[in-house]
Design a protein around this ligand. Structure first.
Ligand code: GLN
Length: 249
């Protein structure tokens, strides 16, 4: 007899105690069903974060789902660099470009008091970012835009984690990664498409003295710096190239 059958058998029995017992058993059986489903989803390769539906980034809670990448520790390198620069610039205007879940912009809004705008080509990702901003008490502006094409305004800082995996990386990636949107991962055959497009037009969107911070793949430092003369590379906690920083002259 399953817990559910037992609970159903007990339910009609007279007395408050039996009713309480039935309620407890029904709740336990709901947990059991959830756990069974969670285990089979995980065994099929689905990332734990999507199963839980939320994940922590920079110490803040984020809703996660298949509309956007799961926030990664790699990206905390970019956030730390941005927080350092924003420290003595309260109220700075920040754009989280290719925002996905919104984890970068929400963190900068919440932890540095920045005025944040979010943009993404995917309306589903943008809606997720909006929910995450609300959840963390961050007010933002939201633009549906293919890179900078429909973003208005000029910013003190653009923070961007664009898709940067190469064609070969997409083919050889682990099973978990196939659950995440390819749109957010694939950066063209050599992984550099979005840096090339940004290099062609970012300066019109950043105030003089402002910064463009981009996350990169660990082997892309030199190639991305060639696209942005004067850029510097920052390393992540594993000592790998992870962020390219450019000043707007
Ligand atoms: N760092 C991610 C990964 O390796 C890729 C993120 C991205 O393309 N922006 O899965």
């Amino acid at each position: 007899m399953t817990r559910r059958e037992l609970a159903e058998a007990l339910a009609p029995a007279a007395g408050e105690e039996a009713e309480l017992e039935a309620k407890f058993l029904l709740e336990a059986s709901r947990d059991e069903i959830w756990l069974r489903q969670a285990i089979s989803r995980r065994l099929a390769g689905e990332p734990l974060q999507y199963i839980l539906g939320e994940w922590e980034f920079m110490g803040l809670p984020f809703e996660v789902g298949p509309a956007a990448l799961i926030p990664r520790q790699d990206t905390e390198t970019l956030c730390e660099a941005a927080l350092g620069w924003l420290q003595d610039r309260p109220g700075a205007a920040v754009l989280d470009l290719c925002c996905g879940s919104g984890c970068i912009g929400v963190s900068l809004g919440r932890l540095a008091g920045a005025r944040v705008a979010f943009s993404d080509v995917s309306p589903q990702a943008l809606a997720l970012a909006e929910r995450n901003a609300r959840r963390n008490g961050v007010e933002g502006r939201f633009f549906e835009s293919d890179l900078l094409t429909h973003v208005p305004g000029v910013y003190d800082l653009i923070a961007c984690n664009p898709p940067y995996l190469t064609g070969a990386e997409m083919k050889s990636c682990q099973r978990e990664l196939t659950y995440e949107p390819a749109l957010a991962l694939y950066g063209g055959e050599d992984g550099l498409d979005f840096y090339r497009r940004l290099a062609a037009g970012w300066q019109a969107y950043v105030a003089i003295g402002g910064r463009l911070l981009m996350e990169i793949g660990a082997s892309q430092g030199a190639a991305v710096c060639r696209l942005f003369p004067g850029a510097t590379v920052l390393k992540d906690i594993r000592g790998l190239d992870r962020v390219v920083c450019v000043e707007r002259k």
